[in-house]
Design a binder for this molecule. Sequence first.
Ligand code: SAM
Length: 230
Amino acid sequence: HLSKRLLAVAKLVPTNARLADIGSDHAYLPAYLALNDQLAFGVAGEVVKGPYQNAKQEIKKEGLDDIIEVRLADGLAAIKATDKINVVTICGMGGTLISDILATGKDKLADHPQLILQPNVGESNVRKWLVENNYQIDSEQIMQEDGHIYEIISASYTPVKQELTEAELIFGPWLLKEKNETFKAKWQKEIAKLETILIELQKASHVPATKKEALQTRIAQIRGVLDGEG
Ligand code: SAM
């Protein structure tokens, strides 16, 4: 059942974790971990009825009701203090939604659980939230599945705020160090996309020059990173 993407997330979850998977849909991730004896306790949180029912069914089918509780709740409201959650996963959503969920439910993070986040887009929003809220990025992965490129960010609490440069927020501090082939492919694609937009803007006379310049600057920044200068 488990996609390559969620398998990569699963590998980052420590053994015997007390996990809350927020936006769990079919609860495939917590179910997989429980079936592999890697979970002490799990919460599968869903805000939408359909996916909530999917999760309920999956947990029942696999006979995991004693380890995993499926809860209908908005974001981190699925977590109770008595759960003693030490890992939170939020996967397969936009980075803005992920950081909104974290910000709205911040009181549920009082015990500083490890956060494993897999934004589909807008990764820099997630990194920004993490560093501003005393989380340091411990590891990052970038991987490709079914023509999509995904990033996975694992972070843990730090009393001393981590400082990231603007480039590190955008590209990821670890991904930027490594610059592997998938990373290059992702940002090549982004350049191609931005260049298409730029060509359209250049055809349109009413577009302010500053807008085109901003786009050119962004393309140049990505080029700089790919060419190894930053
Ligand atoms: N996490 C699974 C994965 O990575 O394959 C499912 C991803 S699915 C695309 C996103 C899920 O997040 C949907 O089922 C949606 O209902 C749920 N979701 C969106 N906003 C949420 C929120 N505020 N709280 C809980 N779940 C949410």
